[in-house]
Design a protein around this ligand. Structure first.
Ligand code: HEM
Ligand code: HEM
Length: 237
């Protein structure tokens, strides 16, 4: 779907093109997942570095219990959301597949990746426009976020299986991860490190989304809210 508008700005007439890119399930998944990551990081950090001992009787305090509950609930939403997102890659439009299918076999994709690196380092003057993800964003979203989230889900449910107990569904499905990585404490450490891997992605991702929105004469953040990408023409202001 494409729409064109003529924008009357003072004396000039500017052309603005809009293309429908991200369907509702993709947008809903993006913001739900973002919220889960915030909850998981805050509660996970507190699980790893617990608050000082609570005063009074243990029976009167369930703070760590609530923190762990929020972590596990957000963990379930993250995992089920990712399964739903993978389903949508099959049934949605072709932009829904970009997150999982990185075209590393295309030379032109590598060339554009290099252009994006230079553009983000302020070494290129003219931005390239993309209807879906740009190559650098696509590479980071797949290799850092998708693979990172899968790693966190597998190690998270392995730890969760320890809590549920031997023979529980999580122990049967993910218990093998614990001996594979050593013992329980090793899984905790890798799960903890994985958090920082994802947090670094989020910091760069949010900075670049906002920077690109301002500098590249195409909409970014509103595209992830409303679905439409707006392209303004290239005349400087
Ligand atoms: C990106 C997502 C996630 C982040 C950032 C995250 C973060 C963390 C962190 C930092 C810890 C503390 C590790 C330590 O130092 O001991 C932790 C513990 C844990 N996480 Fe996650 N986690 C995520 C996903 C999940 C998922 C999907 C589950 C599955 C239910 C999960 C279940 C657990 C469990 C069971 C523990 C140990 C709780 C305990 O020992 O009391 N996590 N998480
Ligand atoms: C924990 C926080 C976040 C995570 C884990 C995250 C993750 C992701 C992922 C995986 C995608 C790819 C979506 C897909 O193809 O299905 C994406 C796209 C996007 N995100 Fe986020 N995001 C987060 C927060 C934010 C925030 C706060 C903003 C706004 C400032 C934002 C703006 C965008 C935009 C604009 C896109 C589309 C970029 C493009 O069209 O190439 N994200 N994000």
């Amino acid at each position: 779907m494409t729409q064109e508008h003529a924008l009357h700005t003072g004396e000039q007439v500017r052309k603005q093109t809009a293309v429908y890119v991200y369907e509702a399930p993709v947008r809903l998944w993006h913001w739900t997942t973002a919220l889960c990551i915030v909850i998981l990081s805050v509660t996970g950090y507190l699980i790893g570095s617990p608050l000082p001992t609570m005063p009074g009787e243990a029976i009167d305090n369930y703070l760590m219990g609530y923190i762990r509950f929020a972590h596990f609930a957000a963990g379930y939403v993250l995992a089920l959301g990712l399964i739903g997102r993978i389903y949508w890659a099959f049934v949605g439009n072709h932009h829904a597949r970009e997150l999982f299918l990185v075209p590393v076999h295309r030379i032109s994709w590598w060339r554009e990746l290099w252009h994006e690196v230079r553009w983000y380092l302020f070494l290129e003057k003219v931005p390239k426009k993309y209807i879906g993800h740009n190559p650098l964003g696509q590479l980071a979203m797949f290799s850092v976020f998708v693979l990172g989230a899968i790693f966190m889900i597998i190690t998270g449910f392995a730890l969760y299986g320890e809590g549920l107990g031997v023979g529980s569904w999580a122990d049967q499905a993910f218990g093998w991860v614990i001996p594979l990585l050593g013992q329980s404490q090793d899984v905790h450490t890798w799960h903890h490190l994985g958090m920082w891997y994802i947090i670094v992605f989020v910091m760069i991702h949010v900075y670049l989304a906002i920077r690109e929105d301002i500098m590249s004469r195409q909409s970014l953040v509103s595209t992830m809210i409303g679905g439409w990408r707006m392209f303004k023409d290239d005349k400087p202001d």
